[in-house]
Design a protein around this ligand. Structure first.
Ligand code: HEM
Length: 580
């Protein structure tokens, strides 16, 4: 019914899937390389591959999918077209241009003759420095996402004016709370890029304070993981119950979960910096405590989603304590994909608790355990849910049936199997101390001691898992590509059933976006004001001995003015200095 909006969603998904394909290719290259099984690139190019893998997958793929899904959710929740399609096209264009600029800058790292590189990994904090185009592209991309959020808030205000007494539809509620979180979180990365990293790589300032840019990055870097996760949650809460044959168990509980994510996502970033010197242990302890609170919305989600699926199974005639599991539509790739993704998320939650513990984190810090963890969360809970959700949504967006549901089913199962192997090997390797982010993890004259098995076995397991994942990614992309050849059909649009316990059962205060945004900001100020203040007090805005750039700029302009004055009035520089 909304062809222009559907086209925006399709375009966003298209960019997401191109990035996914490239990212998966780089993934298998590095999986085979670092295990020394097959080497397609010289080790000197490893960081170009790793940067491209990280940026393409966790910035381009996930966020383009998110904006497409959120645009769909806003359009269908409010049942109205976008307010001004030019704005919608503008943010999509900004995000695309930004991604291309950043992506090409990274890939130019393969061509030494050009002299442009951005091998700074997806975390891009100092002391690693990229070509200015890398940061400029990121900045443009970020502005695009901000306008996207504003576009959705505008739709909400327009809808609200016509429905002042209605509760915000749940899908729109997810979009709005998530975007509020995004606005708060991106303050950190915007400051880091615009005031420090970009001027530094342009040569406007000589030094930066690495601890400050790291802290600003992680201010953003933890909430961004919830930004990736929220599209998956949106699908689990609002689409999965329908595919299972039932209805969402509780809309009020869902709202509580999304408010909790808005409040708790940002004041935890310092838990990524347990090993950073220069941040007091007490601040790290506070970040750890806040992090543990984040388990609450995840556990509430596990309860609500499983209860909804069980309700669906019983509607289909399922019975017994566990017998209802048999009544579920396991042949549907959308259903099975989301369920397997949820299962992996539970495993990822456990390894995440290890990461979050201040003391036990020392055991796994910067080892392969860490990518083992986040390939379960963002790499599967999020990515597999996005693929499964696409099997459900794509036919509705294109009016064409999916090319093959059995291939879709095979694809999600292969992803699950591949990830079980790769992530298991990564976790175990991490426990033995094998480092992440290196092309050559085996140091000369040093053997990692293993409790059982051998490092060679773990490497083979990792490489087989990575290869299966790549095959699964190809199956997914091919299935979508072949779907274009199917004839168009109508009647693929699906409605979503209301929740068993609907929005009217939840207090109205939950819909008060201003209140939650204000509380979230206060919590962020409480968590970050003192640590940031201490970092700047200890080692300066621009690092110890660094030329503070406002001062440099001011002094430079004073010097230039002085020279001009000297030239025009024939005075000496000393005279002018005296006057100034
Ligand atoms: C890192 C393989 C899919 C996100 C890695 C590493 C490997 C790998 C081996 C560790 C490299 C190292 O530390 O030296 C793969 C394979 C994939 C895949 C074979 C599938 C074909 C994904 C997906 C995501 C993802 C779907 C997210 C949506 C990341 C990130 C890193 C990483 C963020 C860390 C990069 C860094 O340390 O800077 N991947 N991966 N990967 N992967 Fe994947």
């Amino acid at each position: 019914r909304y062809p222009e909006e559907a086209s925006i969603v399709r375009q966003a998904f298209f960019v997401a899937f191109v990035a996914f394909g490239l990212g998966a290719l780089f993934g298998v290259i590095q999986a085979l390389h670092r295990t020394d099984i097959l080497r397609f690139i010289p080790s000197t190019d490893y960081y170009t591959v790793l940067t491209a893998h990280g940026v393409l997958l966790v910035i381009v793929f996930t966020i383009f999918f998110l904006v497409g899904l959120f645009q769909w959710a806003i359009t269908r929740s409010f049942d109205r077209p976008v307010e001004d399609i030019r704005i919608t096209k503008a943010w999509l264009a900004l995000m695309s241009v930004g991604s291309v600029v950043t992506g090409v800058t990274i890939l130019l790292g393969f061509v030494d003759e050009v002299g442009i590189s951005a091998d700074v990994l997806f975390t891009f904090y100092a002391p690693l420095q990229a070509h200015p185009l890398f940061y400029a592209g990121l900045a443009v991309f970020l502005v695009g996402t901000w306008i996207a959020g504003a576009d959705w808030f505008r739709s909400w205000l327009a809808w609200n004016a016509e429905h002042p007494d209605d509760r915000i539809p749940l899908q729109a509620f997810v979009v709005l709370t998530t975007m509020l979180m995004w606005y708060i979180a991106t303050i950190g990365v915007a400051v880091a890029v615009l005031f420090f990293l970009l001027p530094w790589s342009l040569g406007l300032i000589e030094t930066v304070n690495p601890l400050l840019t790291r802290t600003l990055f992680w201010f953003f870097g933890h909430p961004v993981v919830y930004f990736w996760l929220m599209p998956a949650y949106l699908l689990w809460y609002t689409v999965l119950p329908k595919i299972a044959g039932g209805r969402l168990f509780s809309d009020p509980l869902a709202r509580v979960v999304f408010v909790l994510f808005l409040l708790l996502s940002t004041p935890v970033g310092i838990h990524h910096q347990y090993l950073d010197p220069g941040i007091a242990e007490s601040f790290k302890f506070i970040a750890m405590t806040n992090t543990m609170f984040l388990l609450l919305p995840s556990l509430l989600t596990a309860f609500t989603v499983v209860a909804s699926v069980e309700h669906g199974a019983r509607q289909r005639g399922g019975t017994g304590l566990f017998g209802w599991l048999r009544a579920l539509p396991w042949r549907d790739p959308a259903f099975t994909g989301m369920m397997l993704a949820g299962l992996m998320f539970a495993a990822g939650g456990f390894s995440g608790m290890i990461n979050a513990g201040m003391n036990i984190n020392y055991l796994v810090h910067n080892t392969l355990w860490v990518p083992g963890h986040f390939h379960l969360t963002v790499g599967t809970a999020v990515a597999l849910t996005m693929m499964a959700g696409t099997y459900w949504l794509w036919p509705q967006l294109t009016n064409r049936r999916l090319y093959s549901r059995p291939i879709g089913l095979l694809q999600v199962v292969v992803w699950f199997g591949g990830m079980a192997l790769m992530s298991n090997a990564m976790h175990v390797s991490g426990l033995y101390g094998i480092p992440r982010r290196t092309a050559e993890p085996q140091y000369q004259g040093f053997d990692f001691s293993t409790a059982f098995g051998s490092v060679a076995e773990l490497n083979v397991q990792l490489a087989i898992g990575g290869t299966l994942l790549f095959v699964s990614a190809l199956l997914f992309l091919a299935n979508l590509a072949f779907s274009w050849g199917n004839p168009t059909t109508s009647g693929l649009g699906q409605t979503l059933p209301p929740a068993l316990s609907g929005p009217d059962d939840s207090p109205r205060v939950l819909d008060n976006m201003r209140l939650w945004a204000a509380i979230a900001l206060v919590l962020v100020a409480l968590a970050y004001a003192l640590p940031l203040g201490a970092i700047v007090a200890d080692s300066g805005l621009f690092g110890p001995g660094g030329d503070a750039y406002p001062v440099t700029v001011v002094l430079n302009s004073v010097a230039v003015t002085a020279e001009r004055l000297t030239a025009s009035v024939g005075a000496t520089l000393a005279d002018v200095g005296g006057v100034l």
